[in-house]
Design a protein around this ligand. Structure first.
Ligand SMILES: [Zn+2]
Length: 470
């Protein structure tokens, strides 16, 4: 039955964390009193003139380079005309037919190999103000009693990234977004947090018979506020479209909101065509012409990007582990630890769980010492292992003293302790023999306590079980 192939493209809006807005000197930031971060420019008063934010222009170039895009020698701001209360000017300044970045790609690593996702464009624009719908149950406009507008957000620099319809599953879309988010965060241009709205994603979804090259009618899904919800929204829409086609119907072009609670898709207004906006070049702004030296410098300054690092880690680990290491800034320590002789999976478990919990800074850890500990983790007592990880970030740390404290697994040494514990807890022995087998852990715990955590728990387990057998 699975003869349908999902075809997914994404439109992503990223709010840049510049100090000031895109075309004026108003501060950007959350939590300020409503409508306190505004001025004649971002409120669109007649005669006010926009001045572009140099940092925002550098950052879109930086992002474009990280996404493998061609950087336009000449990009042009346009007015996108529409009327809505969140846009007091009556138009939004955006880049239209001449965007800053085009023709890029990002490589997503899947179990079956690597998949290149095309980036059609990345361009700069300004954010609209925020409508706050009051009354009604969902905070949406439907059912609201009235709407308030907070213009603090109006004019905040945004980058819109548009992918080619190259994604073919919800899982792949999720991985792409995780990777894109990590890239943006590492570039330092945005916090890219979906819950705060600094990263917003719309998905265009269609399905077609597997093997076909023809694109069928797509629909757009909005209002998804986490990567998991995006994946669920896409899965729901794919299933809906397959059902429509298989029952002899035809998918129509619609925009849907995805309701996280019910998992339901609700249709919005019919999609407007781009032509409705009557774009024209913004007469108050000069074209963006970043000098070649600036582009070269930004290209030179790019760090090694998460896509390359995830691909490298995935030669030894699965995607989930690789993602945790890379997004946690732990992959370089992991690589060095493996290079020092540690097992890949074991090192990843120790670093991503215990080391992080111990509070050690990854940069302060000597990978050679960590590799020794990872290697010995089954042989030394758990408490000793935890103690060593707690100190591994200290200057001059050596694993040797801890390695010397191997677990006590010698039965002749442990048997007397087991016997003493059993003798001291006759009531529990009776209960255990009466069927309360959960008490086994109690006896093992007592023995561990007596040995100050040095006993090998597996050996203790066997000894206790044998002794308690009726
Ligand atoms: Zn302003």
């Amino acid at each position: 039955m699975s003869t349908w192939e999902p075809v997914i493209g994404l439109e992503i809006h990223v709010q840049l964390k510049t100090r000031t807005k895109m075309f004026c000197r108003c501060r950007v930031g959350f939590g300020a009193e409503e409508n306190s971060q505004t001025c004649p420019v971002c409120l669109g008063f007649p005669g006010a003139l926009p001045v572009p934010n140099r940092t925002a222009i550098e950052w879109v170039v930086k992002l474009g380079l990280a996404l493998g895009c061609e950087i336009a020698e000449r990009a042009v701001f346009a007015r996108k005309n529409y009327f809505y209360p969140d846009l007091s000017k009556g138009y939004q300044i955006s880049q239209y037919d001449l965007p800053s970045c085009v023709n890029g790609n990002m490589i997503v690593s899947l179990a079956e190999g690597q998949h290149e996702i095309g980036i059609v464009r990345a361009h700069l624009e300004e954010d609209a103000a925020k409508n706050v719908h009051v009354g009604g149950r969902t905070g949406r406009i439907g059912g609201a009693e009235y709407t308030l507008v907070d213009y603090n957000r109006g004019g905040t620099p945004l980058v819109e990234i548009v992918t080619a319809p190259d994604l073919h599953s919800a899982e792949e879309a999720k991985r792409f977004l995780q990777l894109l988010r990590q890239t943006i965060v590492e570039l330092g241009i945005s916090d890219a947090e979906m819950e705060k709205g600094t990263l917003r994603v719309d998905a265009n979804v269609s399905v077609r018979p597997a093997g076909s090259e023809v694109l069928r009618t797509r629909s757009e899904i909005k209002n998804m506020n986490s990567f998991t919800h995006i994946a669920r929204g896409i899965d729901a829409e794919v299933a809906r479209q397959i059902e429509v086609w298989e029952s002899g119907g035809e998918v129509e072009q619609h925009t849907y909101d995805f309701d996280v609670g019910s998992g339901a898709l609700t249709a919005r207004r019919t999609k407007e065509e781009a032509d409705d906006y009557r774009y024209f070049p913004e007469p108050d702004l000069a074209p963006v012409e970043p000098p070649a030296e600036l582009v070269d410098r930004l290209r030179f300054e790019l760090p090694e990007l998460p896509a390359a690092r995830i691909a490298r880690v995935m030669k030894k680990l699965d995607h989930d582990r690789a993602l945790v290491l890379v997004t946690g800034g732990l992959d370089r320590l992991w690589e060095a630890t493996v290079a020092a002789g540690a097992d890949g999976v074991a090192a990843s478990n120790v670093i991503a769980n215990q080391l992080v919990a111990s509070g050690a800074r990854p940069g302060a850890v000597d990978p050679t010492e960590l590799a020794k500990l990872v290697d010995a983790r089954e042989r030394i007592p758990r408490a000793t292992f935890a103690e060593a990880l707690g100190k591994i970030g200290d200057h001059g740390f050596s694993a040797e003293p801890y390695l010397a404290m191997e677990s006590v697994s010698d039965t002749s040494e442990l048997e007397p302790i087991v016997d003493a514990v059993i003798a001291a807890n006759s009531a529990q022995v009776e209960q255990y023999r009466g069927g309360k087998e959960g008490l086994l852990g109690f006896f093992v715990g007592q023995v561990m306590k007596e040995t100050k955590g040095r006993a090998d728990p597996r050996v203790v387990n066997e000894l206790v079980r044998a002794r308690l057998a009726p």
